[in-house]
Design a protein around this ligand. Structure first.
Ligand SMILES: NC(=O)c1ccc[n+]([C@@H]2O[C@H](COP(=O)([O-])OP(=O)(O)OC[C@H]3O[C@@H](n4cnc5c(N)ncnc54)[C@H](OP(=O)(O)O)[C@@H]3O)[C@@H](O)[C@H]2O)c1
Length: 229
């Protein structure tokens, strides 16, 4: 049975990906602070604040203890969209640690195992990794950094048989927007659903060995946004 490590498995996109992988027969090790609601005999949760390098170091042994690791999905992340001078220093360091450093550290930790299994890495970046938007300088820096990391890593590991997929989703209906002053649009054709992203990954992973899709962007057909009061 193939084994996947999925960060951010307690909510939104990471949760949908974890459920899809369980459905596909994977054993899934979920990493997040909260356990979340997934109840499945092949789901194992490791509580970890991925923004804290020491906490990540503490679960190293648990991760490397798995005989084979076939897939790493980096989905944990958060966003804040404010004038840059209004962001606190702790928000800046936490976002860089979670959105950018944690995936890089996990790849560093697991790459030997992924080479052995000729496995895959999926990095959930964002549409903001591909464009420049007002009030998104910090978030875009983390996501375009992860995008650049994934593309460069693919060049490094492609001959070892490891795929590195960068997935850039547009606005997706998840709790990501709960602390924000805006949210997804009302109509279904103005937003993505977490299951859309999981389904895209299912398709990408089912392509023939020897072919690698290195980047994939998912967007709703129409533009939509809701401003909160
Ligand atoms: N929603 C969108 O519109 C959208 C669009 C493009 C890209 N993305 C990206 O997609 C990814 C998933 O976001 P989402 O929409 O699914 O948001 P979400 O529902 O808020 O989920 C975020 C996940 O990240 C985990 N997380 C947050 N802080 C963490 C920490 N310090 N340590 C460990 N895990 C942590 C959360 O788990 P715990 O709270 O349990 O720790 C949760 O499982 C993020 O990287 C986000 O940037 C989202």
């Amino acid at each position: 049975m193939a084994t996947a490590i999925v960060t951010g498995s307690s909510s939104g996109i990471g949760k949908a990906i974890a459920l899809m992988l369980l459905n596909e027969g994977y054993t899934v090790i979920g990493l997040s602070r909260r356990r979340g609601e997934i109840e499945h005999s092949a789901f194992h949760h490791l509580a970890c604040d991925l923004g804290d390098a020491k906490a990540l170091d503490a679960i190293k042994g648990d991760l490397l203890g798995h005989k084979e690791i076939n897939l790493l999905v980096n989905a944990a992340g958060f966003g804040r969209f404010e004038p840059h001078e209004e962001l606190s220093q702790s928000t800046i360091t936490e976002m860089i640690a979670l959105n950018l450093s944690a995936p890089i550290l996990l790849c560093n930790l697991l790459l030997r195992k992924l080479k052995e299994s000729q496995g895959a890495i999926v990095n959930i970046t964002s549409i903001e990794a591909t464009r420049s938007s007002k009030f998104s300088a910090l978030y875009s820096a983390t996501k375009s950094g992860l995008r650049a990391f994934g593309h460069s890593l693919f060049e490094e590991v492609r001959n070892s048989g490891v795929s590195v997929i960068t997935l850039n989703p547009d606005m997706t209906d998840t709790p990501f927007f709960d602390p924000l002053r805006f949210g997804v649009g009302e109509n279904d054709d103005t937003k993505l659903f977490a299951d859309d992203i999981a389904e895209a990954i299912r398709n990408l992973l089912s392509m023939r060995k020897g072919l690698s899709v290195t980047e994939f962007t998912l967007r709703p057909q129409r533009f939509g946004i809701t401003k909160k009061k």
